[in-house]
Design a protein around this ligand. Structure first.
Ligand code: APR
Length: 235
């Protein structure tokens, strides 16, 4: 079944779970400049720094303080109530949607719990720290494993599936994303062209807020459960 409800999520949905957003007021991501940790050039220049940075982000997922919040649970509830009708596309690399129970889920910017061999493209699941000299099972050589994260200048994952769903959706909901990074920031226009109702839930108007039919400017933990209850009551 093609999903009729497509939900795009960004860093804002995980704030109330204890994970900081990318674009803090100081322009830094967890005290690093984005170009020092989230570009292919940074990985060539200083693989130790990049591995260490993502190791810290990965370990954060196992801290007791970091857990899904009411917004993640509400989206999982929506999917359970409407099997086959809901697709969540997240820009987040954390695992909070799946921990809350979402199953029809695309991680368009990759996942912290995956490493990828840059030579063979084989993806490895891991909860451990990684280091530049780690050997991969596929080629047996060091230096090939990298975080399976989409860095600036790289192509997001599963774009064909995203556009296929957007092209025929009836409701497009964007939650907790600033609208700075494409192609995700362009999804609302694809949904508009498909005739969908488009709704933004974000703490503040995003950079692309004028593209949406409706806006809820509030924290996701409160606004998303309310919105989901409205949808569930509507049919
Ligand atoms: N509820 C809802 N929205 C919130 C909340 C909250 N509790 N707290 C913050 N926000 C909003 C902020 O106002 C901001 O507009 O979430 C948005 C987060 O924006 P960004 O930090 O830019 O995150 P995002 O849009 O997901 O970034 C996109 O950029 O760095 C890359 O690849 C990275 O996936 C990331 C992409």
């Amino acid at each position: 079944m093609t999903p009729s409800i497509v939900i795009l999520t960004g860093a804002g949905i995980s704030v109330e779970s204890g994970i900081r957003t990318f674009r803090a007021a100081d322009g830094l991501w967890e005290d690093h400049r984005i170009e020092d940790v989230a570009t292919p050039e940074a990985f060539v220049r200083d693989p130790w720094l990049v591995h260490r940075f993502y190791n810290q982000r990965r370990q954060q997922l196992f801290s007791e303080a970091v857990k899904p919040n009411a917004a993640h649970y509400a989206l999982a509830k929506l999917e359970q109530a409407r099997p086959g009708e809901v697709l969540v596309i997240t820009q987040n690399i954390d695992n909070l949607h799946e921990r809350a129970g979402s199953r029809n889920l695309i991680h368009m910017h990759g996942e912290l719990l995956n490493l990828r061999c840059a030579a063979s493209e084989v993806v490895y699941r891991t909860e451990q720290d990684s280091m530049p000299e780690d050997l991969c099972d596929c080629c047996g050589s060091g230096g090939n494993l990298r975080p399976d994260i989409v860095w600036f200048g790289e192509m997001p994952m599963q774009m064909e599936a995203c556009y296929q769903a957007l092209d025929s959706c009836e409701l497009f909901l964007s939650i907790g994303t600033s609208g700075n990074v494409y192609p995700a920031a362009g999804f609302v226009e694809v949904a508009n062209a498909a005739g969908a109702r488009t709704v933004e839930i974000n703490l503040e108007p995003s950079r692309i807020h004028t593209a949406f039919d409706e806006h809820v400017h509030a924290g996701a933990g409160e606004a998303v459960p309310q919105f989901v209850e409205q949808i569930l009551r509507s049919v």
